[in-house]
Design a protein around this ligand. Structure first.
Ligand SMILES: O=P(O)(O)OC[C@H]1O[C@](O)(COP(=O)(O)O)[C@@H](O)[C@@H]1O
Ligand SMILES: [Mg+2]
Ligand SMILES: [Mg+2]
Length: 336
């Protein structure tokens, strides 16, 4: 085991290639990794600790928060807010952005995160995760505002997730490919186990919540009908289907064996005045950077997600991501 690289060693080596790197980014990634180790420990305790079930509160999305949503949010804020590497943070579980505590040193990064993704799976012991995105804070500004966070996904310095499944894995990119690290619970270190993850351009596996079928737009209906028609249909090949209801688990499966994941816009979401289900800043953007860095593609069905100019911190967008040729086919159907 000791001949494998730890996450910290890997990031230090990467940063050495960047002239002018101060080491602050390495320390930030270390803090995020520490946060995810603590969240992993919480998740793994399940009913042994008071982390299952709902809290008596709602988040800005109008969703009833799970106890683990709140605990993981507190962990991310506490661990990353006190070490002087971030200037401010934003979270799925907070309506407003969170400035670093009074008196704490301000760092040069902005941290955006979904502290617990797939939280509807927490009580049924199915994989959940944490998703994060790192942006640069505007220089010389003491108190960043929400507007400073509203940068297109192409401006991300780093994006990653931790998946709390049968084992805990952290996957991240700093713009030089995608690497995965498995948490060795014995030594408490993330170890490089999945170097240079890539997504095959073709796939025969799709993921979508089929129960929304009657609300879908025609291009999505056509694409899924053709997949379901299989060999006998215009695609001439059979497709398999998966739906874990944790975006982190879907994306990890796609990074591991290919696939296409879709949470498209539909008439039900539109009727609620929503631009999609998933959130741009802390779900779609970080996952899109990872997917593109692994050779895949990520669109709304109509445009590249990383090119979108964000309008507000909890903005929702349609998501179609994964194996390049399938994503391009779905996007093509939207243009016809
Ligand atoms: O409940 P549905 O329609 O299956 O949606 C599942 C999707 O919602 C999410 O759970 C939303 O994320 P949160 O759990 O962080 O709110 C995604 O992880 C997942 O892909
Ligand atoms: Mg989520
Ligand atoms: Mg969440």
């Amino acid at each position: 085991m000791l001949d494998s690289k730890t996450l910290t060693q890997f990031i230090i080596e990467e940063q050495r290639k960047i002239s002018g790197a101060t080491g602050e980014f390495t320390l930030l990634v270390n803090d995020i990794a520490t946060s995810c180790k603590a969240i992993s420990d919480g998740v793994n305790h399940g009913a042994l600790a008071d982390v299952l079930g709902s809290a008596e509160s709602e988040n800005v999305q109008g969703e009833t928060q799970k106890k683990m949503d709140i605990l993981s949010n507190d962990i991310m804020l506490h661990v990353n807010g006190h070490n002087g590497h971030v200037a401010a943070m934003a979270s799925e579980e907070l309506e407003e952005i969170s400035a670093v505590p009074q008196g704490a040193k301000h760092g040069k990064y902005l941290l955006v995160f979904d502290p617990l993704d797939g939280s509807s799976n927490m009580d049924i012991n199915v994989s959940v995760g944490t998703i994060f995105s790192v942006l640069r804070a505007p220089e010389g500004i003491e108190e960043p505002t929400e507007a400073d966070f509203l940068q297109p996904g192409t401006q991300q310095v780093c994006a990653g997730y931790a998946l709390y499944g049968p084992c805990t894995i952290m996957v991240l990119t700093t713009g030089n490919g995608v690497n995965g690290f498995t948490l060795d619970q014995d030594i408490g270190e993330f170890i490089l186990t999945h170097p240079n993850m890539t997504i095959p351009e073709d796939t025969q596996e799709f993921a979508i919540n089929m129960s929304n079928q009657r609300f879908w737009e025609a291009p999505i209906k056509r694409y899924i009908d053709e997949c379901v028609a299989g060999k006998e249909g215009p695609r001439g090949k059979d497709f398999n289907m998966r739906w874990v209801a944790s975006m982190v688990a879907e994306v990890h499966r796609i990074l591991t064996r290919g696939g296409i994941f879709m949470y498209p816009i539909d008439s039900k979401l539109k009727s609620k005045g929503q631009g999609g289900k998933l959130r741009l800043m802390y779900e779609a953007n970080p996952m899109s950077m990872i997917v593109e860095q692994a050779g895949g593609a990520s669109t709304t069905g109509r445009e590249r997600i990383l090119d979108i100019q964000p309008q507000e911190i909890h903005q929702r967008v349609p998501v179609v991501l994964g194996s390049k040729n399938e994503v391009e086919r779905v996007t093509g159907y939207h243009q016809q």
